[in-house]
Design a protein around this ligand. Structure first.
Ligand code: HEM
Ligand code: FES
Length: 360
C-alpha cells in the first residue's frame, strides 16, 4: 500500500460545512457573551476577560463532544452523518484554536502578572495535589492542550504519509485521553467554584452520549463479525442479491477470518474490493461510485472498482476480490488478491458461473 502524500480535494460541500462551522462558532461565542453578561450582572458580575475565557473554553469542549460523536454516528447512520466526516479535521483544528485562545487568556490573566514564569506557575501556584476539592485543575488543561496541539499539528495528510497510518492513528486516539483530562479540568475547576446543575447535567449528558455511541457501534461490529459466514474450504461465497444493492453503491460483507469486503454495483456490473480505505481505514463499502470511482465516505479518496487503484496521479492501492453473478446472486471468492490487481467485473445479466459455489 502506498502512503504517497496528497492533498484531500476541496469540494462544494466542504466549503458549506466550513461556513456552517465558522458561523456556528461565531454565533455561540456572541450568544454566550451576551447571555452571560445579562445573567451575571450586579453583584455576580464578572470581568470581560473571564467572560471570554469561559466562552472560548466552553465552545472548545462542546466542539470536542461533537467531534467524538461523529465517528460512531457515521457508522450507525452513514446516510445522514458520513458527510460530516469530510469536515471533522477542520472541526478538530477549530477546536484546538478555541482551546488555545481559552488557555492563553487564562494563563495571561491568572499567571501573567507575577514573577514566576506563567507556564511554571500553572503547575506550582496551587500545590494541593493531595486534595480533591482544591486539586490544581489547570495543569490537566495544559496537558490536554499539548495533546490537542499534537493532533492539530499532525492533522494534515503530509503527516499521515510520513508517520504511517498505524502511528498516526495511535497518536490520534490520544484524543480520548485529552477528553478525560478536560472532564477532570472542568469537574475539579469550574464545578468546584460554580456547581451549577446545568453544567453538571451537560457534562454527564455528554459523557453518556460519547460512551453510549461508542459502545453501541462496538457491539454492532462485534455482532456482525460473530455472524460472519465461515469461509474455510469455500471457493465462492454467496454474499448478496444484486437487487438489494442500489446502482452506484456498495454493500459491506464480513467473512469470518478475513477483512471486510466492499461489493459494488455500478453500470450493470459488480466488483469487489477491500472495505478498508488506504487513507485512514474508512469503510469503502459505505461510499458511492462517483465519476466511475469508488469514493470513500470519510475524506473522498477514490479507487477504480475493477483494480482497487486510485486514478492517476495518485498511487494508493487496495486488495481486490474475484466476483461472479449467478442469476441474481453475487458470489465472491474470499481470497484477497494483491493490492491493485485487476479483476474482470461480473456482468449482471450474463455472468459465467463459478466452478463451485456454496450458499453462505
Ligand atoms: C494552559 C491550559 C489551561 C488553563 C491555564 C486553563 C485555565 C482555566 C481556568 C482558570 C478556568 C476557570 C475560568 C473561570 O471560570 O473563571 C478554566 C475553565 C475551563 N476550561 Fe480551561 N484551561 C486550560 C486548558 C483548557 C483546555 C485545553 C480546554 C479545552 C476545551 C479547557 C476548557 C475549559 C472549560 C470548558 C472550562 C469551564 C468554563 C467555565 O468556567 O465556565 N481548558 N480553565
Ligand atoms: S478517504 Fe480518508 S479514510 Fe478514506
Amino acid at each position: 500500500m502506498s502512503h504517497a502524500y496528497r492533498a484531500v480535494q476541496w469540494n462544494k460541500h466542504k466549503k458549506v460545512y466550513d461556513l456552517l462551522l465558522a458561523g456556528g462558532v461565531g454565533l455561540y461565542l456572541v450568544v454566550f457573551v451576551v447571555v452571560s453578561s445579562l445573567a451575571l450582572s450586579g453583584d455576580n458580575g464578572i470581568t470581560p476577560m473571564t467572560l471570554l475565557i469561559r466562552a472560548f473554553g466552553t465552545a472548545a469542549i462542546i466542539l470536542l463532544h461533537l467531534i467524538l460523536c461523529i465517528g460512531p454516528l457515521a457508522r450507525l447512520w452513514p446516510g445522514v452523518f458520513a458527510p460530516l466526516l469530510y469536515n471533522r479535521r477542520h472541526m478538530g483544528v477549530t477546536m484546538f484554536i478555541l482551546a488555545f485562545l481559552h488557555a492563553a487568556l487564562a494563563t495571561l490573566w491568572y499567571h501573567g502578572f507575577g514573577v514566576v514564569n506563567p507556564i511554571v506557575s500553572i503547575f506550582t501556584s496551587n500545590g494541593n495535589y493531595d486534595q480533591i476539592a482544591a486539586f490544581p485543575f489547570q495543569p490537566l488543561g495544559f496537558i490536554a492542550l499539548l495533546i490537542l496541539f499534537l493532533m492539530a499539528a499532525t492533522s494534515h495528510d503530509f503527516w499521515l504519509a510520513n508517520l504511517g497510518p498505524r502511528t498516526w492513528k495511535t497518536l490520534h486516539t490520544l484524543v480520548y485521553v485529552a477528553y478525560a483530562l478536560l472532564v477532570m479540568h472542568v469537574v475539579l475547576g469550574a464545578l468546584q467554584s460554580n456547581p451549577s446543575v446545568l453544567y453538571i447535567g451537560l457534562l454527564v449528558l455528554g459523557f453518556v452520549m460519547i460512551a453510549g455511541l461508542h459502545l453501541i457501534t462496538g457491539w454492532r461490529e462485534w455482532r456482525k463479525d460473530a455472524a460472519a459466514p465461515n469461509t474455510d474450504d469455500q471457493e465462492w461465497i454467496d454474499v448478496a442479491d444484486v437487487n438489494d444493492i442500489e446502482d452506484g453503491y456498495g454493500k459491506v460483507v464480513t467473512l469470518a477470518g478475513s477483512e471486510r469486503i466492499a461489493v459494488l454495483k455500478y453500470d450493470g456490473k459488480v466488483s469487489a474490493v477491500s472495505n478498508v480505505c488506504a487513507h485512514q481505514h474508512g469503510p469503502l463499502g459505505e461510499g458511492k461510485v462517483v465519476d466511475g470511482c469508488l469514493t470513500c465516505p470519510w475524506h473522498g479518496y477514490q479507487y477504480l472498482p475493477h483494480n482497487g487503484q486510485s486514478p492517476p496521479p495518485f498511487t494508493e492501492k487496495i486488495p481486490t476480490y474475484r466476483v461472479s453473478v449467478q442469476g441474481s446472486r453475487i458470489l465472491v471468492n474470499p481470497e484477497p488478491l494483491p493490492p491493485g490487481t485487476a479483476v474482470e467485473p461480473a456482468t449482471i445479466e450474463a455472468s459465467p458461473p463459478p466452478e463451485s459455489n456454496h450458499e453462505a
